[in-house]
Design a protein around this ligand. Sequence first.
Ligand SMILES: *Cc1c(COP(=O)(O)O)cnc(C)c1O
Length: 497
Amino acid sequence: MKYISTRSREISCDGLRAVLAGMAPDGGLFLPESFDDIQFNYESCVNGCSTKEIATKVIGSILPDFENMKELVEKAYNGKFETEDITPLVKVGDNYVLELFRGPTSAFKDVALSMLPQLISAAKRQTGDSKKTMILTATSGDTGKAALEGFHDVPGVGIIVFFPENGVSEVQKLQMVTQQGNNVHVCAIKGNFDDAQTGVKKVFELASKDAKLLENTGTTLSSANSINIGRLAPQLTYYFKAYSDLVRQGRIKVGDEVDFSVPTGNFGDILAGYFAKRLGLPIGRLICASNANNVLTEFLTTGIYNRKRPFIKTTSPSMDILVSSNLERMLFLASNGDTQKVAGWMEELKNSGEYKVDGETLKNLQDTYFAGYCDDKTASAAIAKVFKNYGYVCDTHTAVAWNVAEQYAKSEKAAGKNPMVVLSTASPYKFPLAVLAAIEGTSKTECDEFEAMERLSKLSGTPIPPGLAGLRSKEILHKDTAEKNEITDYVLSKIKK
Ligand SMILES: *Cc1c(COP(=O)(O)O)cnc(C)c1O
């Protein structure tokens, strides 16, 4: 299948090379040339298949150039998740919570980042690529650890993770700086997530413009961020899985619509939902839920994307993002594949910090998405309410999606009858201080994150995930820091070492 850049149809390659490159050489992102050419029978996935069977079919349809998808899926997921079905669906009140955090690092990124190393290794084998692949990753907290977990000690691959020095939770930071493995580098950036992401994208651009940059290093670059199509493809699986569970439970019949509320940052998770819809899954509306960094809410309401606003640090740090990368893919799809328009908007964003889409594109977006946001206080109230009413503890990101799902249910756009699936992207134990404070009704909790985990465990009667409980006693292995304009130099120094 042919993949093209969102900014130019002239730039194309197959799925193997799209995964290996991570990003198109013109700064665009890779997408299948046409979704309409993908023949996919969603009904074959939603009547009793296991999650791995669904993954094999769905990922195989988006990335058909990969051989032995079944084996890759098996290797990716075998024994790594707490539950056999990988992403359990739990009924909470009238809603359904899709638990995506049962993997090794307790965040939804595990679903994709367990699979991506298999895809990259397979793509290298199939294309005969014998160079070393250096994976560059910018993280708002969760991608970093999940990528390190997936890529450490993978032969022929190295990984560098950049995280915002003061922009992640203590637990998230400890998860990264204690990572073992002989091919891993972790570096704190003096800046926010957008600075880290922009710095990483710049390395890709430099490397594609200037062949000399990596000459004689025997190394090529790739990405573990959701700019890589190999990150997105595995994320389609759980939309089908949730739908299948609703059919199995008798809540819906095959063909009925389901709505999904998605806590959104870089627009990768929710875009996977849109891909699932394009493959035929009967999705009613996708709810784009943001925290106080509500650039997407404004955009999907007005058509104006404006990143010139204060970067707000919230209790849902994995969504503290003002430049949402995957929106570029959605713009391509909503403008009916108009690469010129997309390239123009991205140029405006880079130069002036804002752009406005045309009316037709906006209408296409609004037909699919409902957008809303909630601040920390409202999210905290949602955690408290869900615990009080249903005895269920959700994390700060999930709480945002829960609240915006409620906003949607009250709005005139709601069809009213569709079941609502709220995507739960992290374990509450990853953000224990904020979650405990919400449940105990205090503005701040006077204990450290590990004591908060213990108290949360007692209150809720659920176990602390082993990967988090053991963090306190682990040795700190990574202490590098860099200014935001030193990212290229840092990468080159690690590659040349
Ligand atoms: C990454 C992340 C998100 C945002 O997902 P995107 O694909 O970037 O939109 C939401 N919640 C958590 C816990 C995350 O780690």
